[in-house]
Design a binder for this molecule. Structure first.
Ligand SMILES: *Cc1c(COP(=O)(O)O)cnc(C)c1O
Length: 378
């Protein structure tokens, strides 16, 4: 590795995680969620790996993320679900055959207008708010929305490909909300049926619900974090407990090594003081690269076979680790920030746990200065 640092992504691990997820999904199909640059893993290679593994559906949040997939030659089914009024990407999505989520009358009207202009029907998935209170039509507005959808279907402007919802507690075993949300979703399906609307795919679950709510699997499960090998929630156990393998290893090399004397303070503000003489290693990654500033004094990286705590504040481009008084580490030695854990390094989930966040945040926030490298390409 000649570069300063790299996020090495094991596509073989992602494919193995897909197999694990498919096993749990049973008869339901799996949508590979590749929003936010495939959770920081790099959307182009991940999407290609998923299509090679015969994944029929890709999921993204933004219409522009769907268009980027089309631009790289992906011609499979893609669902995009989040935008604000008059997003110029909507008409392009309709033209490019991207499936779009509909939660509101204005979204439907814009899609109908685009479909009529482009001259092809749009494939829509009506989103029902069953208790998350983010996007989706809540019970009070669903009847009017479904009436409008029925008219648009009649007019040939749209096809009702899906109906869907999203769970608030997919990662919480035995959460009461799982049954409540399922019940509300079934009621919404009945309301659609009463209007002659029969969606081809119904989908509610995400990674967590593979373990917590098999009854929410319906026809399709939208899986993100599980593919990347991180846990959807601590209450479910570690990735290893769940049979998942973390796909990303963040590596770099020491940029400097030096001895510090007792009483000297390290990094901005001098929040850490050497209690005894020790060797310090300079790690050339900082918060601009996605290491949380709060990781100082909390997280640790692997140098050789030793876990070395980050001491003092994490800066924009760099941070300092305590290599230990007897360390023989030298500039250029490899540093594993996080990875699958197989060499004794921490996982992104371990980092998240000690920082009071979730593995999702660590991998998606990795900065653009960190090149992604790929291994395990079949
Ligand atoms: C991100 C997202 C998912 C994937 O969730 P995971 O917990 O990563 O599996 C599924 N559905 C929606 C609506 C999402 O926004």
């Amino acid at each position: 590795m000649r570069t300063r640092a790299a996020a090495v992504v094991d596509l073989g691990a992602i494919t193995a995680n897909l197999s694990r997820v498919r096993e749990l999904a049973g008869a339901a199909d799996v949508m590979a969620v590749v929003k936010a640059d495939a959770y920081g893993h790099g959307v182009a290679p991940v999407a290609r790996a998923m299509r090679r593994a015969e994944v029929r559906w890709l999921g993204v949040a933004l219409p522009t993320e769907a268009l980027a997939l089309r631009a790289q030659g992906d011609d499979g089914r893609i669902l995009a679900w989040l935008w604000s009024p008059q997003d110029p990407a909507i008409a392009s999505c309709v033209r490019e055959g991207v499936d779009l989520s509909v939660s509101t009358p204005w979204a439907l009207a814009e899609i109908v207008e685009a479909a009529d202009r482009v001259g092809r029907p749009a494939d829509i998935h009506v989103k029902v708010d069953t208790g998350l209170w983010r996007n989706g039509a809540p019970a009070a507005s669903l009847p009017d929305l479904l009436d409008a959808v029925a008219r648009a279907v009649q007019a040939g402007s749209v096809r009702l490909e899906g109906m869907w919802s999203h769970l608030a507690d997919a990662d919480v075993p035995d959460a009461a909300s799982l049954e409540t949300q399922r019940g509300r979703f079934d009621a919404a399906l009945d309301q659609a049926e009463a209007r002659g609307l029969r969606p081809r795919v119904r989908h509610v679950g995400s990674t967590g619900s593979l373990w917590t709510a098999p009854q929410c699997q319906y026809d399709l499960v939208r899986v993100g974090i599980g593919l990347y090998g991180l846990t959807p929630g601590d209450a479910l156990g570690t990735a290893a407990d769940l049979g998942l393998v973390p796909a990303m290893t963040l590596v770099t090399r020491l940029a400097n090594v030096k001895r510090i004397d007792v009483g000297e303070r390290v990094s901005y503000g001098g929040t850490w003081t050497a209690a005894e003489p020790t060797m310090l290693g300079l790690v050339p990654l900082g918060y601009a690269d996605g290491l949380p500033r709060s990781a100082g004094g909390v997280a640790a990286v692997l140098v050789g076979d030793r876990l070395c705590p980050i001491v003092g504040r994490v800066a924009m481009d760099q941070c300092v680790v305590d290599l230990g008084a007897t360390s023989v580490a030298r500039a250029g030695d490899e540093v594993v920030v996080f990875g699958p854990g197989s060499r004794g390094e921490r996982t992104a989930d371990d980092w998240a746990l000690s920082l009071g966040t979730i593995g999702y945040e660590l991998v998606t926030r990795l900065g653009s200065r960190v090149p992604r490298e790929y291994v395990g390409v079949s």
